[in-house]
Design a protein around this ligand. Structure first.
Ligand code: ADP
Ligand code: MG
Length: 230
């Protein structure tokens, strides 16, 4: 199992008590499959991604990424695991304004100490995979919102992550562009064999997903209208 979230509980301080953001959440995502997590705002979706991304340590439970038990890693070990095995796509692309699309990707390889030449060719290949072969030399202001989100996705794949975590990627896009981005995520998950978790509050397009789970008040359950979250 490439991503395993096992009985994870996460609380935040909330006045005199604690707020339970994740309540014994269990999620297994094999390589090459995409699990969608849907649920209303405030239900715990981003908290789940933060835990899976090793950015937040849960109160209890275990997270395994590419076979590594995150609780056994030092801070430096987690940072390394994130660089090498985890791709994260946030809602807002957060691209660097002065860099071209290709350079946004090459920075990632540079952070991992990979050779620049190899990074250049991989950046071009990934931009082609997300349908932006002809935009490699454009800067963010020369791209549409949908194109920027595609650069964001390509950037997350730059270091060949085993796990791809995607938080509400379509919230700033119209229906049609949102559907195209979701199709792209499904295709990339298959082609690149990532264990992908896609979080959304949007119930549209869920038929494109391998599995759908519902988040409500920190509890993750199988969606009634989709295949079960194993
Ligand atoms: P979603 O992504 O589904 O909107 P979140 O995971 O962001 O939900 O939030 C789940 C709950 O945890 C919410 O009640 C939110 O207010 C609370 N929460 C999220 N992050 C923090 C934090 N850093 N400190 C305290 N409470 C938080
Ligand atoms: Mg959120």
């Amino acid at each position: 199992m490439t991503l395993l979230v096992h009985d994870v509980t996460l609380t935040y301080p909330d006045g005199d008590t604690r707020l339970t953001a994740l309540d014994a959440v269990r999620l297994e995502v094999p390589a090459g499959t995409l699990a969608a997590v849907v649920g209303p705002s405030g239900s715990g979706k981003s908290s789940l991604l933060a835990v899976a991304a090793t950015l937040v340590t849960p109160d209890s439970g275990r997270v395994l990424v590419a076979g590594r038990d995150v609780s056994l890693l030092s801070a430096a070990g987690k940072a390394r695991l994130r660089r090498e095995e985890i791709g994260i796509v946030f809602q807002q692309p957060n691209l660097l304004p002065s860099l071209t699309a290709a350079e946004q990707l090459q920075v990632m390889a540079h952070l991992c100490g990979r050779p620049a030449r190899q990074a250049r060719s991989r950046a071009r290949e990934l931009l082609a995979a997300v349908g932006l072969a002809d935009k490699a030399d454009k800067r963010p202001h020369q791209l549409s919102g949908g194109q920027r989100q595609r650069v964001n996705i390509a950037r997350a794949l730059m270091n060949e992550p085993a796990v791809l975590l995607v938080d509400e990627p379509t919230s700033a896009l119209d229906h049609e562009r949102g559907a195209a981005v979701l199709d792209l995520l499904v295709t990339l998950t298959r082609e690149r064999s990532t264990a992908t978790v896609l979080v959304t509050h949007d119930h549209a397009h869920l038929e494109r997903m391998d599995r759908t789970a519902m988040m409500r008040d920190g509890r993750l359950t199988c969606a009634a209208d989709g295949p079960p979250a194993r």
